[in-house]
Write a protein that binds this ligand. Structure first.
Ligand SMILES: *Cc1c(COP(=O)(O)O)cnc(C)c1O
Length: 504
């Protein structure tokens, strides 16, 4: 008999969430055949290798500062739903119209999830519908394009270097890089060189010439809000659809802390794992009351399945539903407000040190830090931060000469706000970043060249007469001590200990 659950489990190696779930597992019985016994073994016993990787990643998240603007920390309830038995079920189709039987509870789930999605964004079910099946933001976008356009139709999205997303038509001189430029003709619009805000005037004149069938707004690296009314006017003039991809900001939109695209757009897509703080997935919202497109609902639903996807991930849909329940609570509005207050504090602190931010600040959850006045690249600062246990990402800033060598970094406050940090704490985080940048300048000097590999060498190897390496290690210790003061959703950090295989 497989007596896994009667044995004392190595408590410290198993997160308490997993321990909790183990209670509900049934053991194998004396009649369980050998070939089925693995079905009952917990991960830590069945597969210590994967368990150890999870433990190391848990430790990394606990001991570091997560400032990647697209990331967040989801709730334990979301993770529970995401790890549930719903992963077993096939349910191609929509509630009430499935290709397989046994979907009565899956139907109930998907209907609930759709209802909550509309509620979270305060939408009238007579005017808006939603498809909750997309696996991710990129697939949600491609489904939306499939619903709205014919192959090789024209679309416009914000250029990647100006903060747009790959899935909005990105191409290079040599290559159509993504499905959105391979299967459609695309043309980017941009931000202005002076204010670095969306250049609506130029967009209007470009659209007049290019005559797109679709204009996509929304971005991955844009620290300000959007003027949806102006975009609607531009789209209407050219007879184009207007779609907003609010992947980054949807949590802030749902909370009412940013303007809503729903008053002006025909379709709105989003991821569910960024500011919305849910599982990794996507949503497509569509208008149901358009005189000239009564069939939009069917087009979107057919585009998600069968055009672009197969069976829905029902475990994920359950996780979206429970995340959206949280989004609809008044407490989520407080969270969203705090995310923005924290981003503003971060921006103000950096500006007070004399640094240059794109647009000079932020209205949302992220800042774009232009490092070029310092003579640094985003790659170098990203590297130093990584060594310190601070995760950020290099990012293009307006006017970058080369897309290969981005001159800035992008920093977001969604995840640290989910770890309870408030303005005073964010000031400490900003000081860490200030020191990381000053240290990068020192390392660049000690490297003797401007090459990244020399920079990495002096940052990671002790060399005679050079101090940068020791300073990186010192900062790493400070960041670690600071980060470990904060909780991590889904993990009992009081019992957490450093797993095997981590060098510190
Ligand atoms: C993150 C992002 C996406 C893609 O989301 P994935 O889930 O990674 O596919 C799409 N659009 C925008 C604007 C994004 O920021």
């Amino acid at each position: 008999m497989f007596r896994l659950l009667t044995r004392q489990l190595g408590a410290s190696s198993i997160p308490s969430s997993a321990r909790l779930r183990l209670h509900f597992r049934t053991m194998a019985t004396s009649s369980t055949p050998e070939f089925n016994k693995p079905l009952y073994a917990p991960l830590s016993q069945l597969d210590p290798e994967v368990q150890n990787i999870i433990d190391k990643e848990t430790w990394r998240q606990f001991t570091g500062l997560e400032l990647i603007a697209s990331e967040n920390l989801t709730s334990i309830a979301t993770m529970e739903a995401n790890g549930s038995i719903l992963t077993n079920k096939y349910s191609e189709g929509l509630p009430g119209a499935r290709y397989y039987g046994g979907n009565e509870y899956i139907d109930e789930l998907e209907i609930l999830c759709r209802k909550r999605a509309l509620q979270a964004f305060n939408l009238d079910p007579a005017k808006w519908g939603v498809n909750v099946q997309p696996y991710a933001g990129t697939t949600a976008n491609f489904a939306a394009l499939t619903a709205l356009l014919q192959p090789q139709d024209r679309l416009m999205g914000l250029g990647l270097a100006d903060g747009g997303h790959l899935s909005h038509g990105y191409y290079t001189a040599k290559k159509n890089m993504t499905a959105s430029s391979i299967y459609f003709q695309s043309m980017p619009y941009s931000i202005t060189p002076d204010s670095n805000l969306i250049d609506y005037n130029t967009l209007a004149s470009q659209a007049k010439i290019f005559r797109p069938k679709l204009i996509i707004c929304g971005a991955s690296a844009y620290p300000r809000d959007w003027d949806y009314a102006t975009l609607k006017k531009i789209a209407e003039k050219e007879g184009a659809w207007l779609m907003a991809d609010i992947a980054h900001t949807s949590g802030l939109v749902a909370a009412g802390t940013l303007s809503s695209p729903f008053n002006y757009c025909d379709v709105v897509t989003t991821t569910t794992h960024k500011t919305l703080r849910g599982p990794r997935a996507g949503l497509v919202f569509f208008r149901k009351d358009l005189e000239n497109a009564k069939d939009l609902e069917k087009r979107v639903n057919d585009a998600v399945f069968p055009a672009c996807q197969g069976g829905p991930h029902n475990n994920t849909i359950a996780a979206i539903a429970t995340a959206l329940l949280q989004v609809a609570q008044p407490s989520f509005r407080e969270y969203a407000k705090q995310v923005i207050a924290n981003a503003r504090t971060l921006a103000d602190t950096l500006v007070s040190h004399g640094y240059k931010l794109q647009t000079g600040g932020t209205d949302n959850h992220l800042v774009l830090w232009d490092l070029r006045p310092l003579g640094l690249t985003g790659s170098k600062v990203e590297k130093v931060c990584d060594l310190m246990g601070i995760t950020i990402n290099k990012n293009a800033v307006s006017g970058d000469a080369s897309a290969q060598v981005p001159g800035g970094i992008r920093i977001g406050t969604s995840a640290i706000t989910s770890r309870d940090m408030l303005e005073a704490d964010v000031k400490i985080v900003a000081e860490f970043l200030h020191r990381a940048v000053q240290l990068s300048l020192l390392l660049q000097k000690e490297a003797g060249t401007k090459m990244l590999k020399d920079f990495v060498r002096v940052a990671t190897v002790a060399e005679e007469g050079k101090t940068g390496f020791a300073m990186v290690r010192e900062l790493r210790e400070e960041v670690r001590a600071f980060a470990m003061k904060w909780p991590l959703p889904g993990v009992d950090v009081t019992t957490l200990s450093k797993p095997a295989g981590i060098e510190e």
